[in-house]
Each structure stands twice: as structure tokens, then as C-alpha cells.
Design a protein around this ligand. Structure first.
Ligand code: KG4
Ligand code: ZN
Length: 336
């Protein structure tokens, strides 16, 4: 089964062709970083306008790269939410137009489910596992028991982990998006230089909070204006504090639910310090850790194709009246 998948929930326009829920025939992405970097964050109105310009060339690109035409496609999967409504609508309208004219089944995919299943485009992971999505919009932990069965265990109560990276980078004048810039600068700094707070919340909580650390960085810089070397120490110490909490809570979740596997996805999962530290803790505690390649961690359409395949497999389809959903927690299950 070949699925045409479309992703436009935030600031990247993506289209991919996925065969049998795992083989990536093509995976095209048009990034809007150039548009939004001037504002230090995504401007929704500009994002939807840029999606409109990019969507047809990106879908054409995905078909060409796979050497396929729409006649070879057996189903259309598109991100239905959560995300920016204006952005989502562009992908959804394109998907509906193709499904209608080619008489193909349509599946509206939860973006978080896409992130959690991205790993399957590269390797099999046996269920159950702990799944984490750490991105610019989300920091959530799930117990994944099957391709369409996710139990929420915890999530951020304020900023997402990636949002904290972006805000701290903006404050330090490192540009947007901030995760990669902080990681690069952190390589030259001491992760133990500044004891930034780790918010563990209540004792057993698997929830997260990243707004306090952002304020702590601002207060530290005001009290001790840094030299150039000092900036690297701040970046390394901030990154270490975020990584500590993410790693600890993933391991706790696995231990509490007696699961020996953990999958981490979303843009922040590209962070090499997080990858090293979690792998090390996993080895110490007998928990196998999995990270998709960075191009599958960030927003992309291939992961939507993987998820769409499993929805079709279970007989789930959506009608042409399908709406966009700005909020769609996996908490509610797959039916909004
Ligand atoms: O998954 P993604 O591409 O889009 C969302 O769904 O949000 O994630 C983007 C987020 C941004 O906040 C970005 O700063 C962060 O992921 N990010 C990183 C790294 N690469 C991207 N954060 C930390 N370290 C990185 N290497
Ligand atoms: Zn995402």
C-alpha cells in the first residue's frame, strides 16, 4: 500500500510517499525558518501563506522523488491536528482535493501519534514502550501499547522543552530556532558551571515544567553579565538541566510501568547530549532506548504516512467533511 502523506501543522510544509507503513519512497520538506527567524518564533499568518505557496510543489516533489504518479497512490494521510489551524487547513484541503479527485481513502492523523511512530520508518520496536514527544509545542510521555493505543502519563504544565530552548536562545541572542544553536554553544561550556533549577514537580509526577528555568537563566544573566566563555557555560548548564529532567522522567516512567523500551521523538530528540545521557542511563537500568534519525525527529510527512498506514489498517477513515483541530490531545484517544 502506497500512502501520500502531508504535514503542515506548524512552519514546515512536508509531503512523503510511504510504502507499507515503513518504506520511505520520498520525504520532501520545505522549511520556513528563513521567514520566521526575523521574529524569533512562528508567525501563524505568515506560516499559512507560505504553506499555500509550497504545498503543490512539495507534493509534486514527493511524487517525482519516488518516481510515482497519483495513480500509484492507494490512500492519503494528512495531519489533522494539533497545530495552527491556518497551517493545518492548507494541508487538509490539498489532501481532500486529491482524495476526492482520485477517489482515495483519507485519514486525518494526530501529529503526536506521527512523532511517536516515526521510528518505525527505520526499525521495528516491540510494544509496549514508553514514548516521549519533545518538540517546540509539546513535551508529553505516553505508554504505547500498540500502533493506535497510547496512554498519557505526563506532559508539560507550561512551556514545551523545545520552546524553552528557543526562548533562552532568543534571550541570549543566538537566533531561531534555538535548539541547535544552544547545543553547538554548549559543546564549549561546562554543564556543571551553573546549578539551574530542575523542576521535578510533585514526588511521583511525570509532568514537566520548563518556564522556571527560562526565568532562572534571565536572572542569572542580569546578575552576572557573561563574557564569551560565560555564554557557553550558560548554554551547557541550561541544556544539562533540561536533559536531566527529561532523562529521569523517561526512566521513571519505564520503571513504573515495567517496560524495558523507550522511544524519544520530536525536534528536541535530535539533541546529542539528550541522546548520550539517555542511552547511558538506559544501559545502567536495562532499558533499551530508541531515537529516530534527526530528519524523522523534526516535523516531517513520512511519520504521518507511517501513522496513516496503521489507521487504514484498522479500518479508520475520515470523510471529506473532516475539520482541522487546533487542540487534539492523544488523551482522548484517536477519536477527537
Ligand atoms: O518537532 P519540531 O521540528 O517541531 C514541533 O513540532 O515543534 O521541533 C522543533 C523544536 C524547536 O523548539 C527546536 O529548538 C527544537 O525542536 N530542537 C532542538 C534541537 N533541534 C531542534 N532542541 C534541542 N537540541 C536540538 N539539537
Ligand atoms: Zn511536531
Amino acid at each position: 500500500m502506497i500512502i501520500l502523506a502531508i504535514e503542515s501543522s506548524c512552519d514546515d510544509t512536508g509531503a512523503a510517499l510511504i510504502e507499507d507503513g515503513k518504506n520511505i519512497l520520498s520525504n520532501c520538506l520545505s522549511s520556513q525558518d528563513e521567514v520566521h527567524k526575523w521574529y524569533g518564533g512562528v508567525v501563524p499568518e505568515l506560516a499559512s501563506r507560505r504553506h499555500l505557496e509550497s504545498i503543490v510543489p512539495v507534493i509534486r516533489g514527493a511524487l517525482d522523488e519516488a518516481h510515482k504518479s497519483l495513480d500509484d497512490v492507494n490512500g492519503v494521510a494528512v495531519t489533522r491536528g494539533p497545530g495552527l489551524v491556518g497551517s493545518l487547513l492548507v494541508g487538509i484541503m490539498a489532501a481532500k482535493a486529491i482524495a476526492y479527485t482520485k477517489n482515495l481513502p483519507l485519514a486525518g492523523v494526530n501529529h503526536l501519534m506521527g512523532h511517536l511512530l516515526a521510528i518505525f520508518a527505520e526499525q521495528e520496536v516491540a510494544f509496549p514502550f514508553i514514548g516521549m514527544v519533545a518538540s517546540g509545542g509539546h513535551t508529553s510521555l505516553y505508554l504505547a501499547e500498540g500502533f493506535t493505543v497510547f496512554h498519557p502519563l505526563g506532559k508539560t504544565r507550561d512551556d514545551a522543552a523545545g520552546e524553552a530552548f528557543d526562548k533562552v536562545a532568543k534571550y541570549l541572542g543566538l537566533g531561531y530556532p534555538g535548539g541547535v544553536a544552544i547545543e553547538q554553544l554548549a559543546r564549549h561550556g561546562d554543564p556543571n558551571a551553573i546549578p539551574f533549577p530542575r523542576a521535578y514537580m510533585a514526588k511521583d509526577s511525570l509532568d514537566f515544567s520548563f518556564s522556571g528555568i527560562k526565568t532562572a537563566v534571565v536572572n542569572h544573566v542580569r546578575a552576572h553579565p557573561p563574557s564569551n566563555d560565560g555564554m557557553a557555560d550558560i548554554a551547557a548548564s541550561f541544556q544539562e538541566a533540561v536533559v536531566d529532567v527529561l532523562v529521569d522522567k523517561i526512566i521513571w516512567a519505564a520503571q513504573r510501568h515495567k517496560v524495558d523500551k523507550a522511544v524519544v521523538a520530536g525536534g528536541v530528540a535530535s539533541n546529542n547530549r539528550l541522546r548520550e545521557r539517555l542511552q547511558q542511563r538506559g544501559e545502567e537500568t536495562g532499558i533499551q532506548t530508541y531515537f529516530p534519525s534527526p530528519y524523522l525527529c523534526r516535523d516531517n510527512a513520512a511519520m504521518i504516512g507511517v501513522a496513516g498506514y496503521h489507521l487504514f489498517n484498522e479500518g479508520r477513515k475520515d470523510g471529506l467533511d473532516m475539520s482541522a483541530l487546533s487542540r487534539w490531545p492523544l488523551e482522548k484517544g484517536l477519536n477527537p
